[in-house]
Design a binder for this molecule. Structure first.
Ligand code: L3W
Length: 441
């Protein structure tokens, strides 16, 4: 059974409220941290090996140590709660059920970073959550854990919640900052990174909700103990939002030593595939990461079991591996059609492209049109090669990773499931009424 650090108290009735949260040890990590020096707390986070939980897996302690500290310039912590990646819904769970865990993590992180004004930027579609967060902020303030001179340390901190307006691109950190400044959410060129020039050109750390929440158990049990959980550079626990063709969709906290097979089939997690169907493929890290067929999902190319961690999921590179990403675990059974699935994603990325970069603006629409044609049985073999060519010309040629995110699912689908694309081309009549999965198993 995986160790629980973030969700250990999630089942307690009323844990959303300050009084109950406090009764179960809430804000004790903040009390401990605010008695330490900021350098000592930073050291704990570095020792923990915590990596960004939003998708990139960048070491959190290293990001914090990059924060510029020019004299007299305010610095900010911005929590990225714009969770819009298809298949990803773990931050929603944390904010809805454990808002004080996020607020406490923000207090500790703001203290280390010297941020007196910190923000939560939340996707507009999570329309009911800002009220929950604002209520928690008010409660924390009333108890002296936010506001002026917190716990008599002389440290001041305010937290504000800002709602987005429904654009996926605003989950990209620089687009998020543009939006937070009141502008259209177009990504900025990096460098300079936000740690140097972020919100209103001030040094800013942008971290995912789960990353900041994880700071609480790190301080609680110490960075060294946190680093003992998991394996290699995949330390601590990770939230996985599991969906698709599984018996028990939901949010699971795993330590990163379990195998993919155990995660899909064990009753503790996904509980297997409904109606005894066969596993066809999985996208383990949210829609942006490459789809992997069952044979490469359960085992690596060397025949080793594949584990639910950053390194094992990526083993073999894009040719045979995938990515941990945001932990949005999407399972496809034998009845699903990869062409149809890829087309749906292509439509999403085309709709969400901000339009700044030509390869993404034009390429995502072009890919969607070709995929639609193939899926309807109106495609030619040459269209499959054209699709491959277009995705290659998008990848790496855009300001932000949305271009890559649109290209990778197409590349992986063609690489691993070319036979399905060819089936649609070779069976135009069947394509109009059936999908590949149902017709071939
Ligand atoms: C200072 C340097 N800071 C890097 C910082 C940088 C950022 C972090 C990671 O994309 C991925 C994307 C999606 N000095 C620095 C530095 N940093 N070098 O480190 O940076 P980067 O560029 O590797 O990634 P990113 O731009 O943050 C995120 C993938 O995640 N993804 C996304 C899922 C989306 C959600 C969602 O909707 N919530 O989870 C899923 O896989 O494709 O590749 O902070 O500033 N020298």
């Amino acid at each position: 059974m995986s160790k629980k650090l973030l969700l250990k108290n999630a089942h307690i009735e009323g844990i959303r409220y300050f009084e109950t949260y406090r009764k179960h040890g809430g804000y004790e990590a903040a009390e401990k941290a605010l008695k330490m020096t900021t350098d000592a707390v930073l050291e704990e986070v570095k020792t923990s090996g915590l990596r960004g939980r939003g998708g990139a897996g960048f070491p959190t302690g290293m990001k914090w140590s990059f924060l510029a500290k020019p004299e007299g310039v305010p610095r900010h912590l911005v929590v990225n709660a714009d969770e819009s990646e298809p298949g990803t819904f773990k931050d929603r769970y944390l904010m809805e059920f454990l808002p004080h865990l996020l607020i406490e993590g923000m207090l500790i992180s703001s203290f280390v970073l010297g941020s007196n004004v910190s923000y939560i930027y939340i996707r507009g579609e999570y329309s009911w959550i800002p009220d929950i967060l604002e209520e928690a902020i008010e409660e924390a303030k009333a108890a002296g854990f936010l506001g002026k001179n917190i716990l008599g340390t002389g440290f001041d901190c305010e937290i504000y919640v800002q709602r987005g307006a429904g654009a996926y691109i605003c989950g990209e950190e620089t687009a998020l900052l543009e939006s937070l400044e009141g502008k259209r959410g177009n990504p900025r060129l990096k460098p300079p990174f936000p740690a140097i020039k972020g919100l209103w050109e001030r040094p800013t750390v942008v971290n995912n909700v789960e990353t900041i929440a994880a700071v609480v158990p790190i301080i609680d049990i110490t960075g060294a103990e946190y680093a003992k959980i998991g394996v290699g550079r995949s330390t601590g626990t990770k939230l996985i939002s599991a969906c698709g063709n599984i018996n028990k969709p939901g949010v699971y906290e795993i330590d990163m030593t379990i195998t993919v097979e155990e995660f899909i089939y064990s009753d503790e997690y996904c509980g297997g595939i409904p109606h005894g169907k066969k596993l066809k493929a999985c996208i383990p890290g949210g829609s942006s990461v490459p789809i992997v067929p069952a044979n490469l999902l359960l085992k690596t190319i060397n025949g080793e079991p594949r584990y639910m961690n950053y390194e094992s999921l990526a083993d073999g590179g894009f040719a045979t591996g995938t990515m941990m990403g945001s932990g949005g675990f999407i399972v496809l059974d034998e009845d699903q059609c990869v062409v149809n699935h890829t087309m749906t994603l292509a439509r999403f990325y085309n709709h969400e492209s901000c339009g700044q970069c030509t390869p993404c603006r034009e390429g995502t629409g072009w890919m969607y049109k070709i995929l639609k044609k193939i899926e309807k049985g109106e495609g030619k073999m040459a269209d499959i090669d054209l699709l491959w060519d277009i995705q290659r010309k998008i990848e790496g040629n855009t300001i932000c990773p949305l271009g890559d995110a649109a290209a990778w699912p197409v590349a992986a689908a063609i690489r691993h499931f070319r036979d399905e694309f060819e089936w649609h081309v070779n069976n135009p009549e069947l394509s109009q009424t059936q999908n590949y999965g149902l017709a071939n198993y």
